[in-house]
Design a protein around this ligand. Structure first.
Ligand SMILES: [Zn+2]
Ligand SMILES: [Zn+2]
Length: 420
């Protein structure tokens, strides 16, 4: 489109142009190229007319109007076209747009902008008006998110005595306190931001957090990052949350003193060794669960290291690991897992087995190794704990604080036989 057409075709527009030009010297100075300063309004209007509406060569126009510019640059010094639209922020100001060239060719479409505040000059717009509009929107958005989170907070007070909590809850709380509860005993930083895992596997961490959430010890925090939550379409409800990514609040309906008292009370029971009776029923199960999860996590790690994927919900693997733990400690089971992963890669390559079967192949090899080692009564070397699979905080709290063991449980067989 030739920019000049609307200007000359619409007489009101012409009036606007001249009117604005005369009225606002400041604007005129800011918009008008100094190479046109020696021309009167009428001369500029005449120049525009001749440039856009006649075929007079550009070089002739430059000479006639004594312009210090090359022919190809003439269009760039022409005053911008004034549009009928007003700037949304400066109500007296109309938007302007740079004129195209006579040929109508331009390598980019010129943007309409406000000469006063610069609105529209670039995308995203960085004018003051747009900046504060965005800030306002962000604030409104944050308020809506907070309101949606607040709506799912239950404000449950914890009145239960430390000795009455389930064993798993007790270990979970002390693990949490060690891992990510702030000095105010209230805010819990998102677990995934810590390099040390809270639980022995991601699955276990989620389960443990869910348990504490359902018992009311944890509440989804207002400072949770938006990406850790899934909202209803209208943003009024939290539909889902990612347990390892939200910011939690620890016992938020209780006072700071009550929170401290609870944690100290729990620690005291643990260190005194004078445990409530019901804890003794659960301790062996807990021990085994930790070992199984550590082995499962290691299995997934070994496959991932080989660019293969583990199936996290495979119950058969869980069963085989339990069977292995009847005879071996986790350090030995991990050795067998490592051997199995090594053999899996070789087996798959030689037999041309697709990657998606890696989990099943590795589980099968591991299964046969467990049988073989048990049947033959072979000595099995203990692996060292892999540097990339550090002991989790919950496991550490269990072995060191609860069991008062000097080791980390890795080279001790769990009490599997005692359960059967
Ligand atoms: Zn403006
Ligand atoms: Zn703007």
């Amino acid at each position: 489109m030739r920019r000049g057409i609307s200007f000359w075709g619409d007489q009101n527009h012409l009036v606007d142009f001249v009117f604005n030009f005369n009225l606002n010297d400041c604007m005129r100075n800011s918009l008008q190229d100094k190479r046109l300063a020696h021309l009167s309004e009428e001369e500029i209007s005449q120049l525009l007319l001749e440039y856009f509406e006649t075929d007079v060569p550009v070089s002739d126009l430059i000479e006639k109007y004594e312009l210090a510019v090359t022919p190809s640059k003439l269009s760039s010094i022409l005053p911008p076209e004034i549009l009928p639209e007003h700037c949304p922020y400066c109500l007296d100001e109309k938007l302007v747009v740079a004129r195209g060239s006579r040929t109508g060719y331009s390598w980019q479409t010129p943007r309409a902008f406000c000469p006063s505040c610069g609105h529209g000059k670039r995308e995203p717009c960085r004018c003051g008006g747009c900046k504060s509009w965005r800030a306002e929107q962000t604030l409104l958005h944050k308020e809506r998110i907070e309101a949606a989170v607040q709506a799912v907070q239950r404000s449950w007070r914890i009145d239960i005595a430390p000795s009455d909590v389930q064993f798993e809850v007790a270990v979970g709380i002390l693990g949490l306190v060690r891992h990510s509860v702030g000095p105010d005993y209230a805010g819990v930083s998102p677990f995934q931001t810590s390099p040390v895992p809270l639980g022995p596997s991601e699955t276990y961490t989620k389960q443990s957090v869910e348990l504490l959430y359902h018992r009311g010890f944890l509440e989804i925090g207002l400072s949770s990052d938006e990406s850790s939550l899934i909202f209803s379409e209208d943003l009024t409800q939290v539909v889902q949350y990612r347990p390892t990514a939200v910011s939690w609040e620890f016992m938020p309906a209780n006072s700071l003193e009550e929170r401290k008292q609870f944690v100290f009370g729990l620690e005291e029971i643990v260190s005194s060794g004078n445990w409530p009776e019901h804890w003794y029923d659960d301790v062996d199960h807990f021990w085994i669960a930790i070992c199984v999860q550590e082995c499962l996590h290691y299995f997934g790690y070994l496959l991932k290291q080989r660019y293969l994927e583990a199936d996290r919900s495979d119950e058969r693997l869980d069963q085989i690991i339990r069977r292995a733990l009847k005879k071996f400690c986790p350090a030995q089971v991990c050795n067998l897992l490592w051997q199995s992963a090594r053999d899996t890669v070789d087996f798959m390559a030689t037999k041309g087995i697709p990657d998606r079967q890696a989990h099943a192949v590795c589980r099968g090899i591991f299964d046969r190794k467990v049988d073989k080692f048990v049947a033959e009564g072979w000595e099995l070397r203990k692996s060292r704990r892999d540097f990339n699979c550090p002991q989790s905080v919950i496991a550490s709290v269990f072995f060191h604080q609860f069991m008062q063991s000097s080791g980390d449980g890795f080279d001790t067989a769990p009490p599997v036989t005692r359960l059967e």
